[in-house]
Design a protein around this ligand. Structure first.
Ligand SMILES: CC(C)(COP(=O)(O)OP(=O)(O)OC[C@H]1O[C@@H](n2cnc3c(N)ncnc32)[C@H](O)[C@@H]1OP(=O)(O)O)[C@@H](O)C(=O)NCCC(=O)NCCS
Length: 220
C-alpha cells in the first residue's frame, strides 16, 4: 500500500521532488507514495498556480499542519541547507518521518548509502562507496565520485562534480556546475559558487568562487 508523503516547499525544487516521487511511482506496480500535498509558509502566487495546474493540493503553512505531520513521511524540497536544517528539526520533533527518494533515472553505484531525507534527481550519477547524509539533495546531472562522504543537509546543485574521496561537511552547498577536485574537504556550512573549481580544502562557513576557487571577499 502506498505511504502518505508531505512535500515541504512549493518552489522549484519542491516541484522537482514531486517529479521524483511520480517517477518512483511510475516504476512500481503499486504506487509507493501517495502525495498528501505540499506545505509552504509563504508560497509565491506563481508557485500556487503551478501546483494548481498539476492538481497538487497546497495545504498551507508548516505550523498549521502540525497534526498532519505526526507519523507521516515528509520530504523537504527546499534548496537552502540552512532552511532544511531548521525545518527538519521542527517536524521531526512532531513525529514526522523523512522519506528517502531516488529517481529511477539516477545512476547509482554499489555500496551507496542514502540517509533519510535524501533526494536524488534524475540524471544524477553516484559512484561506488558513497555516503549521502540526511536530507542531502543531489540535483539533476550532478556527479558524486567514488568513496566520497557527504554529511547531513548538503546540496549538490545541477551539473556539479564532487570528485572521488571528497568529504563535504554538513550544511554545505555546491553550486551549479562547480567542481571539487579529488581528496579535498569542504568545511561545514560552506558555499562553493556556481562554476567554481575547488583545488584546496574549503574552510567552514566560507564562500568560494572562481577558477581556482578563492574566498569571496564580501563573505570573508
Ligand atoms: C557564490 C554565491 C553564493 C554568491 O552569492 P552572493 O553572496 O549573493 O554574491 P553576489 O551576487 O552579491 O556577488 C558578489 C560578487 O561575487 C561575484 N560572484 C557571484 N557568484 C559568483 C560565481 N559563482 N562565480 C564567480 N563570481 C561570482 C559577483 O559577480 C559579484 O562580483 P562583484 O562584486 O565584482 O560585482 C552565488 O552567486 C552562487 O554562485 N550560488 C550558487 C547558485 C547556484 O548553484 N544556482 C543554481 C540553483 S539550482
Amino acid at each position: 500500500m502506498a505511504e502518505g508523503i508531505i512535500v515541504i516547499g512549493a518552489g522549484g525544487f519542491g516541484r522537482e521532488t514531486l517529479d521524483v516521487i511520480e517517477a518512483i511511482n511510475a516504476g512500481t506496480r503499486d504506487a509507493a507514495w501517495d502525495v498528501i500535498g505540499v506545505v509552504d509558509d509563504a508560497p509565491a502566487e506563481i508557485q500556487v498556480e503551478r501546483l494548481r495546474d498539476r492538481e497538487i493540493r497546497l495545504l498551507g503553512g508548516i505550523d498549521a499542519n502540525r497534526e498532519l505531520f505526526a507519523g507521516t513521511h515528509y520530504v523537504i524540497g527546499i534548496g537552502s541547507p540552512a532552511v532544511r536544517t531548521r525545518i527538519a528539526e521542527k517536524v521531526e520533533a512532531w513525529g514526522a518521518r523523512p522519506a528517502t527518494l531516488a529517481h529511477p533515472a539516477a545512476v547509482v553505484g554499489t555500496r551507496v548509502v542514502f540517509a533519510e531525507g535524501s533526494v536524488v534527481c534524475g540524471g544524477a550519477q553516484i559512484s561506488t562507496n558513497v555516503r549521502l547524509g540526511r536530507h542531502s539533495h543531489i540535483n539533476p546531472g550532478a556527479i558524486i565520485g567514488h568513496d566520497s562522504i557527504l554529511e547531513d543537509f548538503v546540496s549538490v546543485n545541477p551539473g556539479a562534480i564532487v570528485s572521488g574521496e571528497v568529504t563535504v561537511r554538513g550544511g554545505t552547498l555546491i553550486g551549479a556546475g562547480a567542481i571539487v577536485l579529488q581528496g579535498l574537504a569542504v568545511g561545514t556550512g560552506a558555499t562553493v559558487g556556481a562554476g567554481a573549481c575547488v583545488t584546496r580544502d574549503v574552510g567552514p562557513g566560507t564562500v568560494v568562487v572562481g577558477i581556482p576557487a578563492r574566498v569571496l571577499e564580501k563573505h570573508s
